[in-house]
Design a protein around this ligand. Structure first.
Ligand code: GDP
Ligand code: IMO
Ligand code: MG
Length: 422
């Protein structure tokens, strides 16, 4: 059996959670492979809205096993909050969720270091989610991390050593915090985590595959936030691309099957960093208002702009995308004209390559303009009902991106999803 991978092609918040939920009935297992509670995935169905941060978005369909893979970082306090809320809504979480022993833990001091590092950067801060993601992955890579599996071997001593090291780092940054209260909550939450199935997830997943079971790997963030290929240093600290599914779950590259790449019909970004097609005018504001573009985790305003095909082509290449999923088309329902960036002009030279840096003030997006469809798409149930201008927009994107768009989302609800015939 192969594993399919679903991931974001822009700067995150493409609507991954919604689509994972919609696709879950096709699979036996859903597994998260990287990131942590910096993610915020909003799902809507049956008139209710849920936000997931660390728990896979397959959790609301019935019967699937959900796995948090080794590539993920978990904050026990936030995990507990999220898990208890799900348990309260009637999900027997301990039965359907398994967590890798190799998951790295976010300590209270990691969050403080995240904040202190940002403060030290001043005007060039990254605008992180403040969840301790960078410092936790830093500890992982520098071989100082604390893993969930450490719970079973001398955990207190390992925790104390990590905390003391962090307190020294914080002192060097001019911070001398009192962590007593947070530490107690954190330790309680760690005890709560013992109640879950803590497993060797690489064996588990490969055994499922041997048994002929199907697996969907769920990415967090987006390709342009990838630590290697994104708009560095304004990125997150994990590999958000398809390769991250291999290292974040222990799945071999030749096991990868379909790669679903998700993008919005426009583009957003939250936090600092370059964004070539960003709109600072009324159009940008209109997209933000209609699209409710505010962060699920931080409530921050998301920056909005036109779709960037240079960046999308780059993302499709890096991930080996086999199928595209277009989200939030309905947000553009009321626009007379829609623009798409088809190239960058840098110092007067035109290119369709995503360059080493997209920060240059001399980088200008080259747009094509198309007529809008001026139709309420939110109640459409089948592609036969698509207005002609929308059909043309899809055909244009498929030609430019050389990849089929197989799913179109026309609203936040599970039901507002149109699967196209191939
Ligand atoms: P994720 O992080 O990739 O899962 O995406 P988020 O949940 O952070 O952001 C996507 C937002 O758009 C959420 O509030 C969704 O409920 C909403 N959404 C998803 N798909 C659609 C769509 O097709 N149309 C509209 N209007 N909203 C959508
Ligand atoms: P989902 O999974 C959008 C951004 C932050 C910041 C940068 C680094 O919901 O799509 P971090 O806290 O990871 O160190 O922040 O990455 N960022 C996201 N932006 N969606 C996300 O996740 C994000 N996770 C991190 O805003 O710019
Ligand atoms: Mg999100």
């Amino acid at each position: 059996m192969k594993v399919d991978v679903l991931l974001g092609l822009q700067w995150g918040d493409e609507g991954k959670g919604k689509v994972v939920d919609v696709l879950t009935p096709r699979y036996d297992v859903v597994a998260r492979f990287q990131g942590g509670p910096n993610a915020g995935h909003t799902l809507e169905f049956e008139g209710k809205k849920y936000v997931l941060r660390s728990i896979p978005s397959g959790i609301f369909q019935h019967g699937q096993t959900n796995i948090i893979g080794n590539g993920v970082v978990l904050d026990p306090i936030l995990f507990r909050e999220e898990a208890e809320a799900l348990e309260k809504s009637g999900i027997d979480l301990k039965k359907v969720l398994k967590i890798s022993k190799k998951v790295h833990l976010i300590l209270p001091t990691h969050r403080l270091l995240d904040a202190a590092n940002e403060k030290a950067k001043g005007g060039s801060k990254i605008g992180t989610t403040g969840k301790g993601i960078g410092p936790t992955y830093t500890d992982k890579i520098s071989r100082n991390g604390l893993r969930l599996g450490d719970l079973f071997d001398n955990f207190d001593a390992k925790y104390s050593a990590a905390r003391d090291r962090h307190l020294k780092q914080l002192a060097a940054l001019g911070e001398n915090p009192d962590i007593t209260e947070n530490e107690a909550r954190w330790k309680d939450a760690v005890e709560y985590m013992r109640g879950f199935d803590i497993i060797d997830s690489e064996y588990e997943i490969n055994n499922y595959l041997r048994q002929g079971k199907s697996v969907l790997c769920e990415g967090a963030q987006g390709t342009l936030l990838d630590v290697d290929f994104g708009s560095y240093p304004f990125v997150t600290s994990s590999n958000t691309i398809c390769a991250g599914a291999c290292s974040g779950l222990g799945v071999a590259p030749n096991r990868i099957g379909e790669v679903f790449g998700i993008f919005k019909a426009y583009c957003t970004r939250v936090g600092s960093g370059p964004f070539p097609t960003e709109l600072f005018d009324e159009t940008g504001k209109k997209i933000r208002d209609i699209g409710h573009e505010y962060g699920a985790v931080t409530g921050r305003e998301r920056r909005c702009g036109w779709i960037d095909l240079v960046a999308l082509k780059y993302s499709i290449m890096l991930n080996g995308v086999t199928q595209l999923i277009m989200m939030k088309s309905d947000v553009l329902d009321d626009f007379d004209e829609i623009k798409a960036c088809v190239a960058y002009e840098i110092d007067g030279e035109r290119t369709d390559r995503f360059p080493f840096s997209i920060e240059s003030a001399e980088l200008k997006p080259v747009y094509v303009t198309m007529p809008g469809w001026k139709t309420d798409m939110t109640k459409i149930k089948s592609e036969t009902e698509f207005p002609e201008a929308f059909r043309n927009y899809i055909a244009f994107l498929e030609k430019e991106l050389e990849t089929p768009i197989t799913i179109v989302s026309v609203g936040p609800d599970r039901e507002q999803t149109i699967v196209r015939s191939k």
